[in-house]
Design a protein around this ligand. Structure first.
Ligand code: AMP
Length: 421
């Protein structure tokens, strides 16, 4: 019969790879907690309106990438394409701002975007998101970036490039928007079809375009940084000063506008040269107007999203899951031995010892082969003779030496070995 495969752009994470995911998630949890972040878990499905208002109607995500459907004919729902909008929705809905003036949250999980799948780009992908709400201080920006870089270094990723920019605020950005619109008018014919459209809907997005011709047109375009108001310029300078104080290297990229409308002031990206076209591993920025736009009080915020698939693909860890080697394999031969062995095995497991057993009734030779393949440190052999004598054979798979051990001593003996290993 024909097999059913996964949906295009949706990827399975197999056990050997999941080991790496755990490593990343656990490291992130540990580091986030010492910086005062608490986990929030959110629904994958939200009202479509949330993303339209939060991310912006004239963005690629909202225009063409969302998985949206009409639920029972009365409400449009969307599989979340990113996490920030949901975090802010929950922050407002549960008045989290009332508990503490500064709230630091993180969340991890799948996001959905109907993009064209390619290496490093999926339709279901995973992010680790961290958001700080309630501070517009530039030190908060630097601290968040410092934590992020520390996490990546702890994971062994030393060569990621940090780029930062300031997108200004609602007071100074309109002047830049006008300047860029004027600059591009008359050059319309040199732009790709998407950018011709962006010119009318969201001209800043032309900076995001990867098409070479569009990039060439932009070579002599006005720079966003030249349009910053005094407050935004001071803010950006202090972010840079604090990053320097913390010893976090960065470069300023005045062309980085990022794809979501809610960003204000500081934005940043971490990129790698090792992943080809999909080189952005982390994206983030400040979103000072978003809480208000979504119906909450005027509260500033900043956050980032790490792309898990891209991050994990850069980790130089072994891929075969062999870090999960059983300490003990029990080769049970015969029905009585199988029952007794199952009991021993499961009693060890509830003591936290990884023990493996085979109920197939295969020969000793084939069971020893499997023990070897699994990389077990010891094998316990329990056959008819052992059942009669109530004594099993314990084989050290490295030295191939064997000792006899009575059934009632096995548990304590293996627990002691586990402590030594
Ligand atoms: P964004 O939310 O677009 O700022 O993306 C933040 C990070 O998520 C990016 O830097 C990528 O690492 C990752 N990412 C975004 N879209 C995808 C995708 N379609 N497939 C895999 N990773 C993605």
């Amino acid at each position: 019969m024909e097999i059913i495969t996964a949906v295009r752009g949706f990827k399975d994470i197999l056990p050997g790879e999941a080991v790496k995911w755990h490593f990343v998630e656990q490291t992130a949890r540990t580091i986030f907690s010492s910086f005062g972040f608490r986990e929030i878990r959110l629904p994958l499905l939200e009202k479509t309106e949330l993303f339209k208002r939060g991310i912006g109607e004239a963005t690629d995500i909202v225009e063409k990438e969302m998985y949206t459907f009409l639920d029972k004919g009365d409400e449009y729902l969307t599989m979340r394409p990113e996490a920030t909008a949901g975090v802010i929705r929950a922050y407002i809905e549960h008045s989290l701002f009332a508990a503490d003036p500064v709230v630091k949250l993180f969340t991890m999980g799948p996001m959905f975007r109907r993009e064209r799948p390619q290496k490093g780009r999926y339709r279901q992908f995973h992010q680790i998101d961290a958001e700080v709400l309630g501070s517009d201080d530039p030190q908060t920006d630097a601290e968040l970036i410092f934590m992020l870089v520390h996490l990546l270094h702890t994971l062994g990723l030393m060569s990621l490039k940090l780029e930062i920019n300031s997108l200004g605020c609602r007071d100074c950005r309109p002047a830049f928007r006008t300047a860029i619109t004027e600059f591009l008018s008359g050059k319309e014919g040199e732009l790709c079809g998407d950018c011709q459209r962006r010119l009318h809907t969201n001209p800043l997005r032309v900076f995001d375009c990867k098409v070479k011709e569009c990039q060439q047109v932009l070579a002599s375009a006005p720079r966003l940084l030249d349009f910053l108001c005094d407050a935004c310029r001071d803010h950006f300078e202090e972010v840079q000063g604090t990053l320097t104080l913390y010893g976090t290297p960065f470069s300023v990229n005045s062309r980085m506008v990022r794809g979501l409308d809610y960003y204000t002031r500081t934005t940043f990206e971490l990129t790698t040269e090792s992943l080809g076209a999909q080189n952005a591993v982390v994206g983030g920025g400040r979103f000072d107007g978003l809480v208000k736009d979504l119906g909450g009080p005027e509260i500033a915020g900043i956050g980032f999203a790490i792309g898990m698939e891209r991050l994990v693909s850069m980790l130089a860890l072994a891929d075969d899951g062999l870090d999960q080697r059983p300490l003990l394999y029990i080769a049970a031969l015969g029905d009585g031995a199988k029952k007794k062995s199952g009991l021993i095995c499961n009693r060890l497991r509830i003591k936290g010892i990884y023990a493996e057993i085979d109920y197939s009734g295969k020969s000793l030779k084939s069971q020893m082969k499997r023990a070897d393949k699994l990389g077990c440190r010891y094998t316990l052999i329990v056959g008819d003779r052992e059942m009669d004598e109530q004594i099993a054979e314990l084989r050290d798979m490295r030295s191939s030496s064997q000792i006899k051990i009575s059934f009632d001593k096995i548990e304590d003996y293996v627990i002691n070995i586990a402590k030594e290993n």
